[in-house]
Design a protein around this ligand. Sequence first.
Ligand code: ZN
Length: 210
Amino acid sequence: MTEQEQREQLVDLAKSMFDRGYATGGAGNLSVKLDHDRVLTTPTGSSFGRLNADSLAVVNMSGEHLSGEKPSKEVAFHLEIYKNRPSANAIVHLHSTYLTALSCIKGINKSNAIKPFTPYYVMRVGNLPVIDYFNPGDSNIATELGRLAPNYRAYLLANHGPVITGSNLLDAVDNAEELEETAKLYFLLQGQDIAYISDSDIRILEKKGV
Ligand SMILES: [Zn+2]
């Protein structure tokens, strides 16, 4: 895929997510690796519904702004994930309704916020560790994500929202949507006696992937 095609794909996927309510206002950000040292990302405060392919921000792996509009300060934690998870080539960060609601629950299981009850969640995400609350822009968010990145594909920032990786941008967006829908089901199932996926089936699914 050429850089221009990647720019256009990012704009199209962001608009699609915005139109379907996964992103609102100027919240959230997307990034995709253009090559080993350059990352294409959404400008600071930009709406997923109104991005322009030609003005997207480009930064290098040290966080220096190379071209386009100013990147979000949250790009720092994207870079830390890329450095620690070589298989990740794209990242989606949302303040989506159900996952953010989940991130605000006191006493949530920090090692895995959603115990699996559908196979697709296991195949796309598998495990959702929670990072303690830090104010937006705090460097501890990047540090904690970098620590978890080698072992997990998605992460939940407490009182903030999800961060999801993928092998490319389309994969990361599909993973993000699956995760948000799983959180929605989690709330729909509150008060119900849930039939969870067994540990042995989880192990088989984890090997299978999507
Ligand atoms: Zn955020």
